[in-house]
Design a protein around this ligand. Structure first.
Ligand code: NAI
Length: 253
């Protein structure tokens, strides 16, 4: 798998932290050239250093995925810098605030859906025409186990991640004939800043999360990155429109 990425270039959104950073580093280890897109400039610069430290090439482009214009500029910037767009990982996301549907704050709803669902749409809208013209490419949208099953307390998150899975299937069907593969990964609870922040609210949260994982532990960012790289690789050449749970068995229970 490693050799094929040495001639390839692409982008990872939300790559200043967590799963996005781990994915950018994994592409770097595979000698790919990768655009690190995020709103967090300091974290993005650190990811670039980490990608370069493992032998990859990286370029930070500050991008707010809720802004379609910024996303178009970032995707165009990747193509201009590297001459191709072979893979794209639309990963930027937020859990948003907790709460029940009946009391959920309108602004929190809009902010969460805007980041998680509009953000992925803006990315696909900019990436797919470039890949269609090239006649090849692979896209992975980062959804969640919350994109496959419901749970209470994070309605905007659950709804937006189900939306990401649906959008993945729609885009996959529209672009498969053009040689472009669109898939999703649905991570289970994985140790990143996002999850550590959520678990810090109450020590019981981590115990409850681990109890829900048949493998008996939380996931690690590298385990999600490995699945993303595989979906972007030629090894997954017949995999289209799939939502791959990488979650220690959580959603099959
Ligand atoms: P994280 O909080 O460590 O990283 C998220 C990154 O996205 C941050 O660098 C942040 O600056 C960036 N970001 C947020 N809003 C943005 C925007 N509007 N434009 C550009 N960048 C933005 O979170 P983590 O855990 O790495 O999450 C990555 C993805 O994985 C998210 O889509 C999340 O929903 C998903 N996920 C995470 C799970 C977990 O347990 N950590 C489980 C299931 C899904």
């Amino acid at each position: 798998m490693t050799a094929e990425f040495a001639t390839r270039a692409g982008l990872v959104t939300g790559a200043a932290s967590g799963l996005g950073r781990a994915t950018a580093i994994a592409f770097g280890e595979a000698r790919a050239r990768v655009v690190v897109a995020d709103v967090d400039e300091a974290g993005g610069a650190e990811t670039v250093r980490m990608v370069e430290a493992v032998g990859g090439q990286a370029l930070f482009i500050r991008t707010d995925v809720t802004d379609a214009g910024q996303v178009e500029a970032m995707v165009g910037g990747c193509f201009a810098a590297y001459g191709s767009l072979d893979f794209a990982v639309n990963n930027a996301g937020t859990t948003g605030r907790g709460g029940r549907v009946g009391e959920y704050d309108l602004e929190d709803w809009r902010r969460t859906v805007s980041t998680n669902l509009d953000g992925v749409f803006h990315c696909l809208r900019a990436e797919l025409p470039i890949m269609e013209r090239a006649g090849r490419g692979a896209i992975v949208n980062v959804a969640s186990g919350a994109g496959l099953v419901g749970f209470p307390g994070l309605p905007a998150y659950v709804a937006s991640k189900h939306g990401v899975v649906g959008l993945t299937k729609a885009a996959a069907l529209e672009y498969a004939a053009a040689g472009v593969r669109v898939n999703a990964v649905c991570p289970g609870s994985t140790r990143t800043a996002m999850l550590e922040g959520y678990m810090a609210q109450d020590p019981r949260v981590e115990r409850m999360m681990v109890a829900g994982v048949p493998l008996g532990r939380l996931g690690l960012p590298d385990e999600i990155a490995a699945a993303i790289l595989w979906l972007c690789s030629d090894a997954a050449s017949f995999v289209v429109g799939h939502a791959l749970a990488v979650d220690g068995g959580s959603v099959v229970q």
